[in-house]
Design a protein around this ligand. Structure first.
Ligand code: ADP
Ligand code: MG
Length: 686
């Protein structure tokens, strides 16, 4: 029986061989092919006259052959065929390279439509290597041509043919699955029309409408699926029901500083989660320096004082150690046993920790991913926190969670992303945002300069150091090779140590050093045994040295905005005025714009939104690593407006009909299951 799920092998024009090529492109069924969206379009629909064309542009023209073709051979392996033509504005030539066989293809007076690049050589107007067909036809010229992603052994023209066949034969099987009200409400194109026009659009306007329709449906289905998964995760998983305890308030009152309103708001959200009997799955987003650690400290305090153990996982040993130390400090008057588990501690110490963890005498374990190894067993794990989530995958989070009986989970990240995106990328988590910095921070002064300013900057750095401060000098990762990166860092280091600041204490830190060496250097920097730390981006995340008040970033143009922002967050942590100097070696306008943004704001959310705007789709961070289903049409980054609409609609639908029981939604249910593939099995509606 014919249907959209028919194997692609049975499509007209496809045999077993071609089918296997198509499968490589992810096309297994007719439906897959119909949703195989062009990667771009060649718009040959706009006709111009020779007179209207500008040099270098690609244009479609109606021309008449004026005379015989003429072939010249300027050198071996090169022939140039020129055929004189005219249109109703001017005379010119069709010119082909190495296509001599076209010489006698046309007759004088023949009318053609052509599309090619316009060139002018010695007063002659040429249309170079044009595509052509008889006037009146519209197969190649005079329309918008789809350009598909391809694989070896299959050409764009072949895919076009196959898509045409599939549209002819199967488009009628495509059913509308969106309820009529939604189509009307958002003024969406009908599904068949949209599918046809995503391949062979009549105009760019129609193309936009069909993209909009298909993106909307895709994002709607995605977001509905995520909401359903989240409801399911939360409503099914019973968790620990903590009690309200007065000690938490006392603890907060006795902190060395007053919490910001934003911190209080997030702590309340966490406490509410902890006190109900559903497992907490909460993301805490907060810009660098917003004070996420103390939020974790309070949550852990509550868990421990309620008789549970807690664990906190960080992506590097440096960070884990730092957390360990600050936790110990916060808890020093409260009889809470904190331990640190990282790869570099002795076997004996490790065994001791593991056994005290099992018998419950350790209350809080801090560590790196060493913590999720099998032999780490808790007595009564009630709260699991991971810091800097973007370094951990969803899987690792799940493993951590399995170390207890549905412990509450907090994920902390310093990557500020707009809420719309967070709803997608962290679709299975509730989101809390700390959108305020502690008071009294001096705004970091940021300057973008050219390399000619380096001497002056060095003098400035020296002055700060003589006043007792410390500095970071950052050099970029060099994409092509680690060796080059390390070489660059080492050169810079030697230059600073021997030539520029022979009287100051200069240290070097890069990713290829052994963890122990790295920790040693960081330790020395923290204890002010080092004045200037030359490093690669390994200092990017979370390190806290309040006395360091100046950061110089070499080749700042090679960093993304979000990364510059993270780096800059290493300074401005103490009471001193801090400085960030970006050395920009590029004249590229986008680089300049990025530098301008860095100078104009220190707000991570604004920066990440600008970053999204300036960088292309996908680059911001891969969606795949978040384990999301792949999108075919929509682009999470460029289709932000549509995403907002789809999110609002998804929210409405799911809150009114959480299991999608209305007849209207029957087909959407099927689509959701389809999109989520394996995970779709988890989406059980009843
Ligand atoms: P991040 O969110 O980047 O992890 P941290 O938790 O490391 O930030 O906090 C940065 C610094 O700010 C720390 O030294 C911390 O003790 C301090 N801090 C946190 N909250 C406050 C507050 N409400 N008032 C004053 N200082 C605070
Ligand atoms: Mg932190």
């Amino acid at each position: 029986m014919e249907s959209l799920s028919t194997n692609i092998q049975y499509l007209k024009g496809v045999g077993p061989k071609r089918a296997s090529k198509l499968r490589k492109l992810g096309i297994n069924t007719i439906e897959d092919l119909l949703f195989y969206v062009p990667r771009e379009y060649d718009d040959r629909s706009q006709f111009k006259t020779l007179r209207e064309c500008t040099i270098g542009e690609k244009a479609s023209l109606e021309v008449e052959i004026l005379g015989e073709g003429n072939v010249i051979r300027p050198r071996k392996n090169l022939t140039i065929l020129k055929i004189p033509i005219r249109d109703n504005s001017n005379n010119g030539y069709l010119v082909w390279f190495n296509q001599e066989y076209l010489k006698n293809k046309f007759y004088i007076g023949e009318k053609l439509v052509v599309n090619g690049k316009i060139n002018r050589i010695g007063g002659e107007i040429q249309i170079v290597n044009p595509i052509f067909e008889k006037m009146g036809r519209k197969d190649k010229v005079g329309r918008i041509m789809p350009i598909y992603p391809l694989t070896e052994g299959i050409t764009n023209n072949e895919v076009i043919k196959l898509v045409q066949n599939a549209l002819d034969q199967y488009l009628n099987y495509m059913d509308e699955f969106l309820p009529k009200e939604i189509i009307k409400k958002y003024n969406l194109m009908d599904i068949r029309e949209a599918i046809y026009n995503i391949h062979f659009p009549e105009s760019s306007l129609v193309l936009e409408k069909s993209k909009r329709r298909l993106s909307f449906q895709e994002l709607l289905v995605l977001q509905m699926g995520l909401f359903i998964l989240k409801n399911k995760n939360t409503s099914n998983k019973r968790g620990i029901k903590y009690k309200k305890i007065e000690e938490v308030n006392n603890f907060i009152e006795n902190l060395p500083f007053k919490l910001t309103n934003a911190q209080m708001k997030v702590i309340n959200e966490i406490e509410m989660d902890m006190e109900n009997d559903i497992q907490m799955n909460r993301l805490v987003q907060g810009d660098v320096g917003s004070g996420k650690t103390v939020v974790a400290v309070i949550a852990i305090f509550k868990a421990v004082k309620s008789g549970y153990q807690a664990v906190m996982m960080a992506p590097t040993e440096i960070l884990a150690t730092q957390h360990f130390e600050s936790l110990k400090k916060f808890y020093k008057d409260y009889d809470i046993e904190v331990e640190l588990l990282i790869g570099s501690i002795s076997q004996k110490k490790k065994e001791d920790i593991l056994s005290r963890l099992r018998d419950g005498s350790i209350d809080v374990l801090v560590g790196t991913h060493a913590i999720i190894q099998e032999n780490v067993e808790f007595n009564k794990l009630g709260l699991a926190i991971t810091d800097e989530q973007h370094r951990f995958g969803v899987k690792q989070r799940a493993v951590l969670s399995q170390k207890g009986d549905n412990p509450d989970i907090i994920v902390m990240t310093a990557t500020p992303i707009p809420r719309t995106l967070a709803l997608i990328l962290y679709g299975d988590l509730d989101i809390s945002i700390i959108d305020e910095l502690p008071p009294g921070r001096k705004e970091i002064e940021t300057y973008a300069v050219g390399p000619e300013m380096i001497d002056r900057i060095n003098k400035f750095v020296e002055k700060q150091i003589i006043e007792g401060r410390q500095a970071y000098i950052v050099c970029p990762l060099i994409e092509e090779s680690d060796t080059l990166t390390i070489k660059a860092a080492e050169d810079l280091y030697i230059n600073f140590k021997d030539k520029i600041f022979p009287n100051l204490r200069v240290g070097l830190l890069h990713g290829k050093m052994k963890p122990k060496e790295k920790d040693l250097i960081m330790e020395e920097f923290k204890n002010h045994k080092i004045d200037i730390l030359v490093s690669t981006t390994v200092i990017e995340v979370g390190v806290n040295v309040p006395n360091a008040n100046i950061m110089v970033i070499y080749n700042a143009e090679r960093f993304g905005l979000a990364q510059l922002h993270q780096l800059r967050g290493r300074v401005g942590r103490g009471s001193y005025q801090s400085y960030c100097i970006l050395i920009n070696e590029s004249r590229n306008p986008i680089s300049r714009e990025r530098m301008r943004i860095m100078q104009s704001t220190t707000d991570g959310f604004i920066i990440s939104e600008k970053d999204l705007e300036l960088r292309g789709p996908g680059e911001f961070f891969g969606t795949r690593q978040h384990g999301l289903p792949e999108l075919k049409v929509a682009n999470l980054f460029t289709d932000m407006e549509i995403l907002k609409l789809a999110q609002r609609e998804a929210m409405d639908i799911i809150s009114n009909d959480p299991k999608l029981e209305k007849a209207d939604y029957e087909k959407i249910r099927y689509k959701i299951q389809q999109l989520f593939g394996d995970a779709g099995k988890e989406i059980v509606f009843n």
